[in-house]
Design a binder for this molecule. Structure first.
Ligand SMILES: [Zn+2]
Length: 374
């Protein structure tokens, strides 16, 4: 995700922090200032905030490591002020796997809460009061951290997409129903919860609840449209949608020459070609940056490029949708028996499905899907 800083890497999973978290730290500092707290209390509040986000990171790590057990790759975890996102390569269609992956996150928080409860002195209650960021006693802060973990588990178990509870619900329904039926019912139950949140927000005059409600409502829609896209893509192979015209740049080309090509081509990504085979995916900004830094004489291969993720021409489109959805403009080289045939991208596949498979109603829905995915 743009604007994220890599903090560390745990067993091949990169942990990123979004810059907006600094705003949250700033907000904590301002609240402390208004309360007239001293520097020690401020330090303690920031430490508490860090501990909360460490727990969120562990929650996401729980999902990622469980996904790995089923051979599903998970590369990145991004921490945002609203929580964490683990980008898991694809969500399994198998309900048992989906159930275990979705439960792993909230279970981590419950586990942390239990550990905290065990190490706390007897008689300290976890459910004492809502967490307060200004506390300065180690015991109460630890108890607050326990409360936060219980709240994280409960919030994530709300049976609505995009919360883990929504996926758990779909997985449970999936033992009896097919994936499409299960998703539709789970999305509808999610919408019901969204309405409850909005009504509760009005009744209790709370602004936060309706916001969660709207968030859940949009997510339920995205999940349904995504499913529709998947069903439209059924039985379509990558070999049908592959673009034979692609933007390839030779690895040995100089930055200066490539910059001239950029002037007449507005693609965001280019394939780095060497001996008729793609060896990398180059973001145009990398070339622009090299020009700005006056590195005209460098070859493109000397710039930083991403390793291509090769797809197989015989793969079904629906199996790679999740992978493509991580970045709708990114291009993926398609190989047919070690022979490079062309490229695909999510945007292109959506266009293909709109032209060849969709009716007018789908067209509107899929168009909104493209915007919702960002
Ligand atoms: Zn989760």
């Amino acid at each position: 995700m743009r604007g994220s800083i890599k903090i560390l890497s745990i067993r091949g999973i990169n942990l990123y922090m979004h810059w907006t978290l600094f705003l949250l730290a700033g907000w904590v500092a301002i609240v402390n200032g208004q309360l007239g707290n001293d520097i020690f209390q401020l330090f303690w509040s920031i430490l508490f905030l860090l501990a909360v986000f460490a727990c969120i990171a562990l929650h996401e790590l729980g999902h990622a490591l469980m996904a790995r057990r089923f051979g599903i790759k998970a590369h990145d975890i991004v921490l945002l002020p609203i929580g964490g996102i683990a980008s898991i390569e694809k969500f399994p269609d198998n309900p048992r796997q989906e159930l275990l992956i979705s439960m792993a996150g909230p279970l981590v928080n419950i586990f942390i809460a239990v550990i905290i409860y065990l190490i706390l002195p007897d008689g300290t209650s976890l459910m004492r009061s809502p967490a307060n960021f200004g506390s300065s006693a180690a015991t109460t802060s630890l108890a607050d951290l326990g409360t936060v973990n219980i709240a994280l588990a409960v919030f994530n178990l709300i049976p609505a997409f995009p919360m883990d509870g929504g996926r758990i619900l779909r997985a449970l329904l999936g033992f009896r129903l097919n994936y499409i039926q299960a998703t539709t019912i789970a999305a509808n139950i999610g919408k019901l919860f969204a309405i409850l949140f909005i009504v509760a927000g009005i009744l209790f005059i709370n602004l936060f609840l309706p916001l969660i409600g709207i968030f859940i409502f949009l997510a339920a829609g995205t999940e349904e449209y995504y499913l529709r896209l998947k069903s439209l893509a059924k039985n379509v192979k990558l070999s049908e949608v592959v673009m034979y015209e692609y933007n390839g740049l030779q690895a040995g080309m100089l930055v200066q020459e490539a910059a001239n090509i950029l002037m007449t081509n507005h693609s965001k990504y280019f394939l780095l070609m060497e001996a008729n085979a793609p060896v990398g995916v180059l973001n145009r900004l990398v070339i622009v940056k090299a020009m700005a830094e006056k590195r005209y004489g460098k070859t493109l291969k000397e710039l930083s490029y991403e390793k291509p993720e090769y797809l197989n021409a015989n793969d079904a489109v629906e199996d790679v949708l999740e992978k493509l959805a991580r970045n709708d403009e990114r291009i993926f080289p398609v190989m047919d028996h070690a022979h490079f045939t062309g490229v695909v991208s999510l945007n292109h596949i959506i266009e293909y499905l709109l032209i060849h498979k969709a009716d007018t109603q789908d067209f509107e829905r899929l168009k909104s899907l493209v915007t919702l995915m960002h």
